[in-house]
Design a protein around this ligand. Structure first.
Ligand SMILES: Cc1cc2nc3c(=O)[nH]c(=O)nc-3n(C[C@H](O)[C@H](O)[C@H](O)COP(=O)(O)O)c2cc1C
Length: 174
């Protein structure tokens, strides 16, 4: 079984594309991808280490598929889980709601007792407001395929260097 479950929501496919790139940065079989549209609490429960990725849609909202998936979070013992988050957004189009969904989802998992890793500096982004900023940092990796796609590869590389060892060191849930 894969060591890490990577769960993602996507509307136009950008987040799925990033999820696939992340999977490729690990050894064969280490990461399993799950679109939240087809995932369950049991799918999450089998991992100790998880990655979640989401775009922000509407005006600073979770994608509909992720909202529909929220009840499944109740079926998981989050106290035994470590989670790294990434979020996609558009800082020019939505400077007042930039990657809000990342912050909204972070707060839900935090409240449920998960250990969250992978915070990310706000340097290099231009925006006014974001729910994903906590204590001056983004709560996960932030990618902007609409305006800064050229930076995605190096941002991913740097972030994975940070979270990969910790995620891989976690034993498979028993
Ligand atoms: C209708 C719509 C609403 C959006 N609202 C926001 C928003 O509030 N904040 C933000 O940062 N990005 C917003 N975005 C930008 C998306 O998050 C961004 O394009 C992302 O890469 C889409 O990922 P996906 O292809 O996986 O759905 C919006 C995009 C669309 C099409």
């Amino acid at each position: 079984m894969a060591k890490i479950g990577l769960f993602y929501a996507t509307d136009t496919g950008n987040t799925r594309k990033v999820a696939k790139i992340i999977k490729k940065q690990f050894d064969e079989g280490e990461v399993a991808l799950h679109n939240v549209k087809d995932a369950s609490a049991e799918d999450m429960a089998q991992y100790s280490a998880l990655i979640f990725g989401t775009p922000t849609l509407g005006d600073g909202e979770l994608p509909e598929t992720l909202t529909e998936f929220l009840p499944a979070l109740d079926g998981v013992d989050w106290a035994s889980k470590t989670v790294a988050l990434f979020g996609l957004g558009d800082q020019q189009g939505y400077p007042d709601e930039f990657v809000d969904a990342l912050g909204i989802f972070y707060k839900k998992l935090k409240k449920k007792g998960a250990t969250l890793i992978g915070s990310w500096a706000v340097d290099g982004y231009e925006f006014n407001k974001s729910k994903a900023v906590v204590n001056g940092e983004f709560v996960g990796l932030v990618l902007d395929q609409d305006n800064q796609a050229d930076l995605t590869e190096e941002r991913l590389e740097e972030w994975l260097e940070q979270v990969k060892p910790e995620l891989l060191s976690l034993a498979v849930a028993g």
